[in-house]
Design a protein around this ligand. Structure first.
Ligand code: HEM
Length: 193
């Protein structure tokens, strides 16, 4: 289960660009901090979409790319944990800014799952945890997906961010559709109509 460098190169380059862009576009320290928080989560969207659909795409359309995706979910997952660690640092920076609004603690649950999945993404933990490894990673991927869906769906009510919500929400729902289609195909293949 050798790691692939490409997702990590994306994670490092995109997170660096997110921080620099936030610094550049913000007009004052608080806005710079807010933009860095937003952009460092935003660069996670392609990774969340690929991680969430990798094995489903491979089941529905087996081929070179879907095999690569499915085989390298671990690298994709760990590179997402990397981008979201940058989001966490940006969150602390934002919270430390004078005038920043209080933050809901609900996101902590997401980070618990992100780091439990990251630290158990190795053959040893997989063997040791057995069925619990699959339960953790199945639940964890769904929870991260739901955070993203909730985050972008909430933007539909905000005029400033609506166009972003209208762009990302359909992509996330399409990913959900791919997963449901693969699940149904598996049930049919398993003879359970
Ligand atoms: C305690 C933990 C967390 C805190 C305090 C936090 C805080 C924030 C803040 C302040 C924003 C900007 C909101 C705005 O635009 O006004 C944000 C955006 C976002 N966060 Fe977090 N977050 C946390 C955890 C997470 C987790 C675990 C996830 C997903 C797994 C996540 C995904 C997102 C997404 C998708 C956005 C929107 C990015 C965009 O604007 O494109 N956050 N977060």
């Amino acid at each position: 289960m050798r790691l692939r460098i490409e997702p990590f190169l994306y994670a490092i380059a995109a997170s660096a660009a997110a921080v620099l862009l936030g610094q550049w576009l913000g007009h004052d320290p608080l806005q710079r901090a807010l933009y860095m928080v937003r952009f460092t989560a935003r660069v996670g969207v392609p990774l969340v979409l690929l991680i969430y659909t990798a094995s489903s795409l491979h089941r529905l359309w087996p081929g070179i790319w879907t095999t690569w995706l499915s085989r390298n979910r671990r690298s994709l997952g760990l590179s997402f944990a990397l981008t979201h660690t940058v989001h966490l640092v940006a969150v602390f920076n934002y919270i430390a800014q004078p005038g920043s609004p209080p933050q809901p603690a609900a996101g902590i649950v997401g980070y618990v799952f992100i780091y439990l999945m990251a630290f158990s993404s190795n053959p040893g933990s997989m063997k040791q945890m057995g069925q619990w490894w699959h339960r953790l990673h199945t639940a964890g991927v769904q929870i991260v997906f739901l955070y993203y869906l909730a985050g972008y769906a909430s933007m539909l009510a905000e005029p400033e961010l609506r166009s972003l919500g209208l762009t990302v929400v359909p992509l996330l729902l399409a990913a959900l559709g791919v997963r449901i289609a693969a699940w149904r195909a598996r049930r049919v293949a398993g003879g359970v109509a």
